[in-house]
Design a protein around this ligand. Structure first.
Ligand code: GMT
Length: 382
C-alpha cells in the first residue's frame, strides 16, 4: 500500500504515534509519505520506503496568519497525485483531517480515501472551541474512517462533536518493545540520581492540562520522607511557573528540568515512578511508555488513563488534583520494594502484550482497506 501520513512534528503524543506507525508500516513493506511542517522528532529516514514532505506555508504581506491548512491540503493533493497514494491518514483533526478532506474534494472524482485518527485535545479542548467546532466536525464527518485512541475519547467524540451514527473505531496507541528492550541495560534515569535516591519522572509538553504544579507538589511531599529526585522531561508554557514553585518549595537541585528529549526510554529505564496527574488525558502515551520500561505509574483517574494503567497492578489512579493521595500512593509503593518489583514487571508485560505494535499496525491496515473500499464505492469504481 502507499500511505500518506500527516501529523504534527513536535514532541506531542500524536506526532510520536504517527511517526512510529509510519516506520512500522514501512518496515512491513508499505510505502509511507509523511507530511508535516518540520521533520517529526522521532522519524528516521533510513528506510528507503519512507519519504518526508515538508509543508511550507508561504508568507505574503496580507497574511497576518499564513494559511497553513491550505498549504497542507495543496501538499496532500500533490503527493497523493504524483506518488499515486492509496490512502491519506490524518493524525489530529485540526487541521490535518480538514486539509485531507479538502484534498479529497480537490481531486474528486478520483477517490481519495481519508482516515482520521483523533488523539484527544483535537476533540476535547481545541477542536470543540466555538472558533473551530464546525470545521472539526466537518473534517471528521467527511473522513472515510475515523479512529480514536481510547474508548473514553470515542465516547467524548460522539458526544462533543454530535456525530450521529458516524462510526468511530477505537485503535489504541502502541509501543515498539524493541526500543525499550535496547535501553534495558543502559544506566537510563540513574545517571541523574545520587546513590540511594528514588527517581520520579514526568514527561509532557508542560501545558496547563498536564497540571505540572501537581507534579511538583506530589514530589515535594515524597521528598520530605525519602531521598528523592524528580526529572521533568519536556518543555512548554507551564515551565516557568513550575520552576518558581520549586524555588518556593526549596526543592533546589532535587528537581531537574531536562527539556525536550527524543529518546525518552533513556530517561525512563531505571526510574522508580512516573507521575501523570493530568486534568484530562485521552490515552496517556507517556504513561504507557513508562510501563513498558518497567516504571509504575501514579496518575489521575482522567479520560483514557484507566484503560492504560491497571489500577493496583502496575499503578495507582487518584482523582484530579488529589496531590496528597498521589503522594501517599507513591510513598506506599516506594516503601515496599517487593510490591514495587511486582508492579514494574506487571507494567512491562501489560504494555508489551496489550499495546503491542504488530497487532495495532495490523488494525490500521484493516482500517485503510475498509476506507479504500468505501471511497472507491462512493466514486462508483468499486
Ligand atoms: O496534549 C498532549 O499531550 C498532546 C496531544 C497530542 O496530540 O500530541 O496528546 C494527545 O494525544 C496523545 C497520543 O494519542 C495521547 O496519548 C494524549 O493523552 C493526548 N493528550 C490529551 O488528551 C491531553
Amino acid at each position: 500500500m502507499k500511505i500518506g501520513i500527516s501529523c504534527y512534528p513536535t514532541f506531542g503524543g500524536s506526532g510520536i504515534v504517527a511517526t512510529e506507525l509510519a516506520m512500522a508500516l514501512a518496515e512491513g513493506g508499505d510505502e509511507v509519505h509523511v507530511l508535516s511542517y518540520a521533520l517529526p522528532s522521532r522519524l528516521s529516514l533510513v528506510d528507503p520506503r519512507i519519504f518526508f514532505h515538508e509543508v511550507v506555508a508561504a508568507h505574503y504581506p496580507l497574511f497576518e496568519y499564513p494559511p497553513w491548512s491550505l498549504a497542507l491540503a495543496s501538499k496532500m493533493v500533490d503527493v497523493f497525485h504524483h506518488h499515486r497514494l492509496d490512502v491519506l491518514h490524518a493524525h489530529y483533526a485540526l487541521p490535518n483531517a480538514v486539509s485531507a478532506v479538502l484534498a479529497k474534494q480537490i481531486l474528486a472524482p478520483r477517490p481519495v480515501p481519508v482516515v482520521t485518527t483523533l488523539h484527544g485535545t483535537d476533540v476535547t479542548l481545541i477542536g470543540n472551541d466555538p472558533s473551530y467546532l464546525a470545521t472539526t466536525r466537518w473534517g471528521v464527518l467527511e473522513s472515510d474512517a475515523v479512529t480514536a485512541v481510547s474508548e473514553s475519547l470515542c465516547r467524548a467524540t460522539l458526544e462533543q462533536l454530535c456525530l450521529g451514527d458516524k462510526p468511530v473505531e477505537v485503535v489504541p496507541n502502541f509501543i515498539d518493545p524493541r526500543r525499550y528492550e535496547a535501553a534495558r541495560h543502559l544506566p537510563g534515569a540513574r545517571r541523574w540520581a545520587r546513590p540511594g535516591e528514588r527517581l520520579l519522572v514526568h514527561i509532557s509538553n508542560f501545558r496547563p492540562v498536564k497540571r505540572l504544579l501537581d507534579v511538583v507538589e506530589v514530589f515535594a511531599r515524597v521528598a520530605t520522607r525519602l531521598p528523592a529526585r524528580l526529572l521533568l522531561v519536556g518543555d512548554g508554557p507551564e515551565r516557568a511557573r513550575a520552576e518558581q514553585r520549586c524555588r518556593e518549595r526549596q526543592l533546589g537541585d532535587r528537581v531537574v528540568f531536562l527539556g525536550n528529549f527524543p529518546a525518552i526510554e533513556e530517561v525512563l529505564v531505571g526510574a522508580d515512578l512516573f507521575l501523570l496527574p493530568s486534568e484530562s488525558e485521552s490515552f496517556g502515551l507517556s504513561a504507557l511508555e513508562a510501563l513498558s520500561c518497567a516504571v509504575p505509574v501514579v496518575a489521575s483517574r482522567a479520560g483514557g488513563l484507566p484503560e492504560v494503567v491497571a489500577e493496583g497492578e502496575n499503578g495507582f489512579l487518584l482523582p484530579v488534583g488529589d496531590v496528597d493521595g498521589m503522594a501517599a500512593a507513591a510513598l506506599s509503593l516506594l516503601a515496599d520494594p517487593e510490591r514495587h518489583r511486582r508492579f514494574a514487571e506487571h507494567g512491562r508485560q501489560w504494555a508489551v502484550t496489550r499495546f503491542d505494535e504488530a497487532s495495532v499496525v495490523a488494525r490500521y491496515r484493516e482500517v485503510y482497506a475498509r476506507a479504500i473500499a468505501a471511497a472507491h464505492r462512493r466514486e462508483g469504481r468499486g
